[in-house]
Design a protein around this ligand. Structure first.
Ligand SMILES: Cc1cc2nc3c(=O)[nH]c(=O)nc-3n(C[C@H](O)[C@H](O)[C@H](O)COP(=O)(O)OP(=O)(O)OC[C@H]3O[C@@H](n4cnc5c(N)ncnc54)[C@H](O)[C@@H]3O)c2cc1C
Length: 376
């Protein structure tokens, strides 16, 4: 059956062509609210969760202000995911619709710093936190301090800004041109680093993953309808890179302060008798060295940055360091809600949009003291 024992139908392409057709035919016109509630909401963070929530809350008749610390709206859609995967016109046309519906947007405003949390709470009836999960996982091994080792987002964000027209000095520029690039981390972010490095004209691109190579077909351990555990190959991989699995990076080595090599070892993953997570064991004698003059750390994100926004709001965190919410998306502080990666930890665009819309309905219900007018 399709998607179970054969290739899935391309739902993504079908949905994309429906959306494009709808915009082309003028079916996505602004829908300003017919009546206003007199209530105000601050949405903090303008990624897919914040954008989705802000649009819903504006349409419900609230006065909504969307705050964003960066110079433009979109979160990881704009500053993480490369243009070759997501054209930014998709964000801009949605924004046009949202401002026509009455949304106020404040970019270049870091909430907690540029506007205090106390002022925010005074000025708005409700606050929705959608600040993402921006604390990257680092690799604190010998040599980490060498030049040429960057967390992936430094590289990808700069490239997104460059494509949008920004310029950078020679010292600031992170370029893969003619370099031996090693990307550490095998997920979406790593794949985007591979695609970007190839576009820069890298001499070679190698992607390392700690975990074992997944099977080509859906594994028995993840039967339908579970998310299939299987090998994923993106167009960036197809464009050219060497992929290696079950590799542990032990240390970086450099010359004159610049990274030149990575010392690695192969791993075997040993099943535990108690059925727990397999144990990672280094294979003796399997050590090897990779040439590397640009290293990109793409090992995921830990949790939201625990800065003034979270500390001053005094919201509880879950054991992983994300903002803890109840089923109604409310945090431990009355009237303060959270959604998207900030509440779930790093996830997917679709889930962020879904969370944003559901949280908007909860905020709306809370402001009305009853039932929300929003449907999901
Ligand atoms: C490189 C990369 C590639 C990815 N590729 C895919 C993919 O192909 N498919 C997919 O489904 N998912 C992908 N993801 C994951 C996806 O992008 C995220 O799950 C999604 O963007 C989360 O949305 P969000 O709105 O919760 O947060 P974000 O998109 O992270 O947005 C949060 C926003 O809040 C702002 N902010 C934070 N703190 C403050 C503050 N104090 N004041 C004001 N603003 C603040 C930030 O600047 C940011 O703009 C990728 C992620 C990365 C990093």
């Amino acid at each position: 059956m399709v998607g179970i024992n054969r290739e899935a139908v391309s739902i993504r392409e079908i949905e994309k062509s429906i959306a494009e057709e709808a915009f082309e035919r003028g079916l996505c016109e602004p829908q300003p609210p017919k009546t206003k509630t007199g209530k105000s909401v601050a949405v903090v963070g303008s990624g897919p969760a914040g954008m989705a929530a802000a649009q819903q809350l504006t349409r419900a008749g609230h006065d909504v202000t969307l705050f964003e610390k960066n110079e433009a709206v979109g979160g990881l859609l704009r500053f993480g995911i490369p243009d070759f995967k997501l054209e930014k016109t998709v964000i801009d046309r949605r924004l046009k619709q949202m401002t026509a519906e009455g949304l106020t947007i404040k970019t270049g405003v870091k909430v907690g710093t540029d506007i205090t949390v106390a002022d925010l709470r005074k000025q708005f009836d409700a606050v929705l936190l959608t600040g993402g999960s921006e604390q990257p996982r680092d690799l604190p091994i010998p040599g980490r301090e060498l030049q040429g080792i960057h967390v992936a987002m430094q590289f990808l964000t700069q490239e997104n800004r460059r494509v949008a027209g920004a310029t950078f000095s020679a010292e600031e520029t992170i370029s893969a041109k003619d370099k031996h690039v090693v990307v550490i981390g095998g997920g979406d972010t790593g794949s985007d680093c591979v695609g970007t490095s190839n576009r820069h004209g890298a001499a070679s691109v190698t992607q390392l993953e700690l975990l074992p190579k997944p099977p080509k077909e859906r594994a028995d351990s993840t039967p339908w309808p579970l998310w299939p555990q299987m090998l994923r190959t993106s167009t960036s991989h197809d464009e050219g890179c060497e992929r290696m699995w079950s590799i542990l990076t032990k240390s970086f080595e450099g010359e004159d302060g610049q990274v030149k090599r990575i010392n690695c070892v192969r791993l075997k993953w040993v099943e535990r008798e108690d059925g727990g997570r397999p144990e990672m064991v280094e294979i003796p004698g399997s050590e090897f060295v990779l040439e590397a003059d640009l290293v990109l750390l793409a090992m995921g994100f830990l949790h939201p940055v625990h800065d003034a926004l979270i500390k001053d709001l005094n919201v509880d965190l879950d054991p992983r360091g994300n903002v803890q919410v109840g089923a109604d998306f409310m945090t431990s502080e009355a009237g303060v809600f959270a959604a998207g990666d900030m509440a779930t930890g790093q996830s997917l665009v679709l889930k962020a949009i879904d969370g944003g819309r559901k949280a908007a309905a909860s905020v709306d219900a809370w402001l009305r003291g009853g039932v929300s007018v929003l449907t999901n």
